[in-house]
Design a protein around this ligand. Structure first.
Ligand SMILES: Cc1cc2nc3c(=O)[nH]c(=O)nc-3n(C[C@H](O)[C@H](O)[C@H](O)COP(=O)(O)OP(=O)(O)OC[C@H]3O[C@@H](n4cnc5c(N)ncnc54)[C@H](O)[C@@H]3O)c2cc1C
Length: 385
């Protein structure tokens, strides 16, 4: 039996979930967690509702790297960047040249925020928030700010918009689409959400792409492709995430939108696995917490000698917009059917129904969110079990 450790690259929710699940089953095998960040444990979803709770980056950190190391009986190495994987030799190279062998390697590398290409002399001043350090910078940048322009009306853009209201900051959300959460909600439900967020104080500009950001006094001017412009003290970009692929690709590991894995979370290279935002399981890249928990449990069992395909039940996502509680459970990509929407003044229920009448997805807003459990039980998972 090789003495080389199980090496997990990444200390986000996915990396630590695999480490925890593995340790539940195997208390002995050496375990190493490598991370180019601080290596501490925090809940990333809390970054977009932290202002409401007056949280600082320090108070969001739940456990520092040392505590995680002790809890997991692992070596946790923070501020260490993995540069290269040699899949044939079963080892990886760190920045600085150190070489580490692995028995198995779990890539939990996460995803980078997509940056839209912007002109202007303040394009570099556009923030994005994808980790604790970003949040520290963003919350500092908000000191004295009264308005923020947010690029992107998806889940994260809407959550930050709602959160900024708790700080007394006026958000304006820009998106090329024609409504919030346009990829997750049918039009009527998107309009329903929009109306409630607007009533709470969020301004929207739809059909509007930002083309440049320039300094203007103490603030910034965002110029739109149609020539209109708006002023904001700060600009936050929330236009989506791109799985981190470069290292896997350079190692000859198959990639698609994410690092391609099968239901065992196995990549195309022996003893190399991928989980979380960086992974694409049979073509599905789902950058949310529930999928990575399912993946981590399955992978831990596989790594302990019990090959266990990941199972995806219906995995509703709670959108953290307290001004309009919202839960989305989109149909699987390619599902055929149509949306049926029922809305009243205080509830909106959207059901994605297949040709045979089966419920394939849903969205619940306002008082309809109480139906989450009942509806989730009716929706099929990604693959037949
Ligand atoms: C603001 C925000 C709000 C969200 N809200 C929700 C929500 O409400 N519900 C929900 O389900 N999901 C939500 N998500 C998504 C969810 O947080 C992510 O799916 C999840 O946190 C991803 O975890 P991860 O471990 O895959 O990636 P990450 O947390 O990004 O971790 C990646 C790790 O890899 C390390 N790393 C990368 N490259 C290297 C390298 N070369 N060498 C060493 N280390 C490396 C990084 O340092 C980091 O530790 C939200 C996301 C954001 C940004």
């Amino acid at each position: 039996m090789s003495a080389a450790p199980l090496v997990v690259v990444g200390s986000g929710l996915a990396g630590y979930a695999v480490a925890r699940e593995f340790r539940k089953l195997d208390k002995e095998t050496p375990l190493v967690v490598l991370s180019r960040d601080h290596g501490g444990y925090y809940s990333k979803p809390m970054l977009s509702n932290a202002l409401a709770g007056q949280k600082t980056a320090a108070s969001l950190l739940m456990k520092p790297a040392e505590k995680m190391a002790a809890e997991l009986n692992a070596e946790v190495r923070a501020s260490v960047s993995v540069e290269h994987i040699d899949t044939a030799a079963g080892r990886l190279t760190l920045a600085g040249g150190e070489v580490l062998p692995y028995r198995d390697l779990v890539l939990a590398l996460g995803a980078d925020p997509i940056r839209v290409s912007l002109g202007g002399d303040a394009a570099d001043a556009v923030c994005s928030v994808n980790d604790l350090d970003d949040y520290a910078r963003f919350s500092q940048a908000l000191e004295g700010a009264k308005s923020v322009a947010i690029l992107g009306a998806g889940l994260i853009g809407c959550e930050f918009a709602n959160d900024l209201l708790h700080r007394g900051i006026a958000p304006t959300v820009l998106d090329l689409a024609d409504g919030p959460l346009s990829r997750l909600l049918p039009r009527e439900a998107s309009d329903w959400l929009r109306a409630r967020l607007e009533s709470a104080g969020v301004a929207f500009r739809f059909g509007a792409a930002a083309s440049r950001v320039d300094h203007h006094g103490d603030g910034l001017t965002v110029t739109l492709a149609d020539g209109n412009s708006l002023h904001a003290d700060r600009v936050l970009s929330a236009v989506g995430l791109q799985p981190r692929l470069a290292m896997a690709r350079a190692a000859g590991i198959a990639v698609g939108r994410g690092i391609s894995v099968d239901r065992l979370l196995a990549t195309s290279a022996a003893h190399v696995w991928a989980v979380g935002d960086c992974a694409e399981v049979l073509g599905l890249n789902l950058p949310y917490v529930m999928p990575l928990m399912q993946q981590s449990r399955a992978l831990a069992a596989t790594l302990c000698g019990q090959p266990t395909p990941v199972v995806y039940p219906a995995m509703p996502v709670m959108v953290k917009t307290p001004a309009c509680p919202t839960i989305v459970c989109p149909p699987q990509p390619g599902a055929t059917g149509g949306w049926e929407v029922e809305a009243t003044a205080d509830a909106c229920e959207a059901r994605f129904v297949g040709a045979d009448g089966a419920l394939l997805g849903f969205a619940l807003l306002g008082a309809a969110t109480a139906k989450k459990q009942a509806m989730a039980a009716l929706v099929p998972g990604a693959w037949p079990v």
